[in-house]
Design a protein around this ligand. Structure first.
Ligand code: MF3
Ligand code: CO
Length: 257
């Protein structure tokens, strides 16, 4: 993955635009979430999100994301052991007990919103339920550290502490990232780290925080489609993401509804 290392501080006006990009992204994710049930395909979820983007005349930065195999869809839809970057397919039907991750991006007036959630399909196992709760809660543990004067390592360490204290694993192979005019800017934000280290957070820093959690191992592999990332051992995985702005006061969740 090509990474822009540049850390771009946003003006308050730019943060207002990013909040709108994020709100549209949240609406697209909500539309997909609303149709989750057994029998629906991962392509159906992608289409529900795309319909919202179309309504606003915006597009997803995922589509044709550059690389040796340009990403072919507007969203990533990843089921069970698929951690991230699942390619939506009309052949992949959800069934009762599955957990499904929807990850979507939006470009609005030149700025990106990037967020994701994992949800159950019908009744899910106790293990799956715990995985979802711990992963989502860890995202909010990280967000709480997004305060001026803290360091990026405080965010990473908070996520790591919370997830590992519940006996679950975090990938070392994928990270959160700065977000702005580019989907991927500096800094990279690993889901593990040392408090007090890394970038000094200050107003205008905007980062997509995205804990990616696995039940059985931190190790992943990439499927032959060159995109879908799964747990090495086939164990369940979850992923929650929000784009966040650091301010003089409380952090802003840019990708809230
Ligand atoms: N939310 C993901 C990320 O932050 C989605 C990228 S998928 C891609 O990296 F295909 F667009 F790369
Ligand atoms: Co992201």
């Amino acid at each position: 993955m090509a990474w822009e290392r540049q850390i771009n501080i946003k003006t308050p006006q730019e943060i207002v635009i990013m909040r709108e990009a994020g709100r549209i992204n949240a609406e697209a994710l909500a539309a997909a979430r609303a149709i989750i049930r057994p029998g629906v395909t991962t392509a159906d979820l992608n289409a529900a999100a795309e319909e919202v983007l179309k309504k606003y005349g915006v597009y997803s930065p995922f589509k044709n994301y550059p690389g040796p195999y340009p990403y072919p869809a507007s969203t990533c839809v990843s089921v069970n052991e698929e951690l991230v970057h699942g390619i939506p397919s009309p052949k992949r039907k959800l069934k009762e007990g599955d957990i499904v991750t929807m990850d979507c991006g939006t470009v609005f007036e030149g700025f990106v919103g990037d967020s994701a959630f994992t949800a159950g399909v019908g009744e899910i196992s106790a293990t799956a339920q715990k995985l979802l709760e711990v992963t989502e809660k860890s995202l909010y543990e990280g967000i709480a550290q997004m305060r001026s004067g803290n360091h990026a390592g405080d965010v990473s360490a908070a996520i790591q502490r919370y997830v590992e204290s519940h006996g679950l694993y975090l990938t070392r192979e994928y990270t959160g990232h700065g977000v702005g005019r580019q989907m991927h800017e500096g800094p990279q934000l690993p889901n593990y780290g040392i408090a007090g280290r890394g970038l000094l957070l200050r107003p205008g820093v905007t980062i997509a925080i995205e804990p990616m959690v696995l039940v059985g191992t931190p190790v992943t592999r990439v499927m032959p489609d060159q995109w879908t990332v799964t747990s090495w051992d086939g164990s369940l995985t979850a992923h929650f993401e929000h784009s966040i702005a650091v301010t003089e006061g409380d952090p802003i969740i840019l990708t809230a509804l």
